[in-house]
Design a protein around this ligand. Structure first.
Ligand code: SF4
Ligand code: SF4
Ligand code: FES
Length: 328
């Protein structure tokens, strides 16, 4: 099978980047990683890439293939090029991380964020004579997070990290969930308090779903972040802007069946929070000019959407389900 590759080449020191093109013959079942290794072995020994297991286990071959963060050893060439004759596969290093060389990224950002969430058990009290025992059922909910192979694909794709380097990012937050949910850990409350209050914590995720889409191991980091939010609210951490934002959003939708942008901000930050409201004024005016602030929806005679009763029934049903869970 003929494979065409367009690989981003750069030397991290100089910062210059360019693309190299390769055309090779490979086996029909080749992966992008197989093709890259073949290029390095037989075409161009200067190509830099990182890999080890070649079986989606070690997490070292993350890169962007046709713009999507993924494990190169799991990306079948035939699946990418099927139906697209002459397709040139574009291979680039991971996003949100500096490049050391070609497809090799510096993952220090990734690891520093993992370290930030204290990724180890912190049990209190006397150390048991043997291992810490835990019922199997208590660990079932954690199995997906424990599948993480630390490949960094989610961090590479995270849209918030792109604009805010303080964001703890999906992999580390999923790791934090793994310890918050572990019954052997005695620092659940402190962990949640930290994650809820720190700059770049759980309330800064915009739920873009990219981390869920790219994760090769089904960790679904965004879902874990949402679980952390819920647990933190259950633990009484309701004073932050993130919680107010979330409550204002759902109340807004329950009331009108749509987001009423003009009332949303004052409801989220407080009607008397004049400094904050003034600071958002330029953005509000820009939205108004772009037609994204339908202020007429705020007028008292503006009606909610048709079918609002069904929307409210859904809200009430979810709320009573949650209450039922909390009391059981
Ligand atoms: S859902 Fe949240 S954590 Fe995941 S990629 Fe989007 S912003 Fe980042
Ligand atoms: S959560 Fe998924 S994508 Fe992110 S590092 Fe772990 S395995 Fe990779
Ligand atoms: S080489 Fe180990 S995950 Fe791809």
């Amino acid at each position: 099978m003929k494979v065409k590759l367009k690989v981003k080449r750069s030397n991290g020191e100089s910062g210059d980047a360019a693309y190299s093109r390769y055309e090779i013959e490979t086996a029909d079942n080749a992966t992008v990683l197989d093709a890259l290794i073949q290029v390095r072995e037989y075409e161009d020994g200067t190509l830099g890439l990182r890999c080890s297991c070649r079986a989606a286990i070690c997490g070292s071959c993350s890169m962007r293939v046709d713009g999507h963060s993924r494990l190169a050893c799991r990306a079948k060439v035939i699946a990418i090029t099927r139906g697209k004759e002459d397709h040139e596969i574009v291979v680039e290093p991971m996003g949100n991380m500096p490049v050391i060389k070609d497809l090799v990224s510096d993952m220090e950002i990734f690891w520093s964020k993992v370290r930030q969430v204290s990724p180890y058990l912190q049990p209190e009290g006397a150390v048991p004579e043997h291992e810490y025992l835990v019922p199997n059922e208590a660990m079932i909910d954690l199995t997906h997070t424990m599948n993480c192979i630390m490949c960094g694909a989610c961090v590479s794709a995270c849209t918030v990290l792109e604009v805010d380097k303080s964001f703890i990012a999906p992999a580390a937050l999923a790791k934090a969930y793994r310890f918050v949910g572990d019954p052997r850990d005695d620092h659940k409350h402190d962990r949640l308090e930290y994650l809820a209050k720190v700059q770049g914590g759980i309330w800064d995720c915009t739920r873009c779903n990219m981390c869920v889409e790219v994760c090769p191991k089904g960790v679904a980091p965004m879902d874990r972040i949402m679980q952390l939010r819920e647990i933190s609210i259950d633990e009484g951490m309701t004073g932050g802007i993130g919680v107010r934002h979330s409550k204002a959003f759902s109340e807004n939708i329950r009331r009108n069946g749509r987001l009423d942008e003009a009332r949303f901000l004052p409801e989220a930050v407080g009607f008397f929070n004049v400094p904050r409201l003034l600071s958002e004024l330029p953005g509000g005016l820009r939205m108004l000019r772009a037609g994204k602030l339908p202020w007429s929806h705020t007028l008292p005679w503006h009606k909610p959407i048709g079918g609002i009763k069904s929307v409210r029934r859904m809200f009430d049903s979810i709320r009573s389900q949650k209450k039922g869970k909390a009391s059981s």
